[in-house]
Design a protein around this ligand. Structure first.
Ligand SMILES: [Zn+2]
Length: 109
C-alpha cells in the first residue's frame, strides 16, 4: 500500500542512525542523499507540522526557554537516484549532549 511520504511516522533505515547528513552554504541547510556519493543534495518536496505544543517540556531543564514545542517533517527526494525519504526536526526530542549520546552509543554524563 502506498503511504504518502508525510503521512509516514519514520524515515527509512537509510536516514536513521547517522545515515542522513547535511551542511550549509550561507545559512541555508541542505540534506545530502544517503544513497548517492559526493553529497548529492536532496530536494525538499514538502513539509508539515507533525506536532505543536504550547509548552516545551525541556524548559524546566534549561535556563534559556524555548517558546513552544514542535515537530516538523520534511519530504526529501533525490533527483539523481530517485530515493525518497522523510526526516523530522524537533525541539521536543533529544535536547543537547552529543550525537553519540543521542544514538545511545554512550551514556550522557
Ligand atoms: Zn540519491
Amino acid at each position: 500500500m502506498f503511504v504518502p511520504e508525510l503521512k509516514r511516522h519514520h524515515g527509512s533505515e537509510a536516514v536513521q542512525n547517522g545515515g542522513l547528513t547535511g551542511s550549509t552554504d550561507t545559512d541555508y541547510f541542505y540534506f545530502f542523499c544517503p544513497k548517492c556519493p559526493n553529497k548529492h543534495i536532496m530536494r525538499i518536496l514538502e513539509y508539515t507540522v507533525k506536532e505543536r505544543t504550547e509548552v516545551n517540556k525541556y524548559n524546566t531543564e534549561f535556563k534559556i526557554k524555548a517558546k513552544n514545542g514542535f515537530v516538523l517533517a520534511f519530504d526529501l527526494y533525490c533527483e539523481n537516484c530517485k530515493h525518497r525519504d522523510l526526516v523530522k526536526i524537533s525541539n521536543i526530542g533529544s535536547q543537547g549532549g552529543t550525537h553519540d549520546e543521542a544514538l545511545g552509543k554512550i551514556s550522557s554524563s
